[in-house]
Design a protein around this ligand. Structure first.
Ligand SMILES: [Zn+2]
Length: 399
């Protein structure tokens, strides 16, 4: 199969392809990632997260502020941690898919470091940036060890009665045997398709999202919480300079080799609003800043490369040519944030603690490259075109 076709198919089904592919896209397609059996031992669960964040806050002597930004559909806290007083804002989110957990560990390490170190470099970071971390944005999914949240369509209709006569549920609803039997008793939504570039969007019965290139509806409390944090920061600072989303993917290879990918990066989630394909986003032409997104990706890539050999090599570019306005990344990119996707390899069933630790370190290293580059103002000097020098990912090993 030609790569273009493959990427088109991929772009309609998966960003952050992980655990199990939606049934509508399942099959023996060569682009379908190998399924991931996730072993969550050694990762911070919901109860531990609350304790760890409190400890980080306490030992930071006021430098890290931890609060509850909102609640999941089952009533769990969605924690937010904030450090720094600078006027450039970096917002980072992890576990929008609950079974993709390395980013959470990396964020805890970064918060601990930025909140406790008094090195000149860290002091400078705290002066120049405000870091807002949402380390477990979808805690119900995290506790269920799965991609989607824990919410029925009936609950959505209860919250939005105007949807009672719609053709719902939305396409990103997992129920019955979709995604295996894990949703049979507890249906849920892919929260990372529930965002809308119009941050004030109110669901209406006649424009129900039917596919991945439709904007989402903000029907999940998890997406609403992140949207509200984003809007609050926009109000406070004028804009959210950077938004990073931390994910896991299946097992892929560096294009043209048999080297397994450690981590893929991307700054492209919707067509450029000034392009023909991006016409529907024309109103965002002035805010969309793809050049800055590419520079941020280069900053992360350079930091990873500077660490030398494994596990910091085998960094690739994630699938390009996407049109996913329902993702947090797509919506926030259109609203003017420089955006970066991290996709760590998700083949962890045979992975020991050492390998997990190395993957966490890889995420941490890439994030630190972004944080340092933004704090020092060096990101804007990077050649955005070097983005295209990041090796491509082979989504179809063996063909
Ligand atoms: Zn994901």
């Amino acid at each position: 199969m030609k790569k273009r076709n493959l990427l088109t198919v991929l772009s309609t089904i998966v960003l952050s392809a992980s655990i199990v592919i939606p049934a509508s896209a399942a099959g023996n397609h060569p682009g379908t990632p190998e399924q991931q059996t996730y072993n969550s031992s050694g990762f911070t669960n919901y109860a531990q997260l609350g304790k760890k964040l409190k400890k980080i806050e306490r030992t930071s002597n006021g430098k890290v502020d931890v609060s509850v930004a909102g609640h999941s559909n089952s009533g769990r806290n969605i924690y937010q941690a904030r450090v720094g007083d600078g006027d450039r804002v970096i917002m980072i989110e992890s576990e929008i898919h609950g079974n993709e957990k390395t980013g959470t560990e990396a964020l805890l390490n970064i918060l601990q470091h930025l909140g406790s170190s008094n090195s000149p470099q860290v002091q400078k970071i705290r002066e120049e940036i405000t870091l807002v971390a949402l380390p477990k944005m979808n805690p119900d999914a995290s506790e269920l060890e799965r991609r989607g949240n824990d919410m029925t369509w009936a609950e959505v209709v209860k919250n939005f009665p105007q949807l009672a006569n719609s053709d719902g549920p939305t396409w990103n609803y997992y129920t019955g045997t979709l995604q295996g039997d894990q949703y049979a008793d507890k249906p849920g939504f892919d929260v990372n398709r529930d965002f809308n570039p119009d941050l004030d969007y109110v669901p209406q019965a006649d424009d129900i999202p039917g596919a991945s290139d439709d904007p989402g509806w903000f029907i999940t409390p998890e997406a609403q919480t992140v949207r509200d944090v984003y809007k609050g920061l926009k109000q406070e600072f004028g804009k959210v300079d950077v938004f990073v989303d931390l994910h896991h993917q299946g097992l892929y290879y560096v294009d043209g080799t048999d080297e397994p990918v450690t981590l893929s990066l991307s700054g492209q989630f919707v067509p450029h609003p000034s392009s023909e394909e991006g016409q529907e986003y024309a109103e965002y032409t002035d805010t969309y800043n793809y050049e800055f997104s590419k520079q941020l990706n280069v900053a992360a890539y350079d930091a990873l490369q500077s660490m030398g050999k494994s596990p910091f090599d085998n960094i690739t570019l994630y699938s390009q040519g996407l049109d996913l306005p329902g993702t947090a990344l797509g919506s926030f990119a259109l609203n003017g944030s420089g955006t970066v996707l991290f996709e760590v390899t998700g083949q962890t069933q045979s992975m020991g603690q050492k390998k997990k630790g190395m993957l966490v370190k890889a995420v941490e290293t890439g994030l630190n490259g972004i944080i340092k580059g933004v704090a020092e103002g060096t990101v804007q000097n990077l050649d955005a075109d070097r983005y295209y020098e990041i090796p491509e990912t082979s989504y179809s090993p063996g063909i």
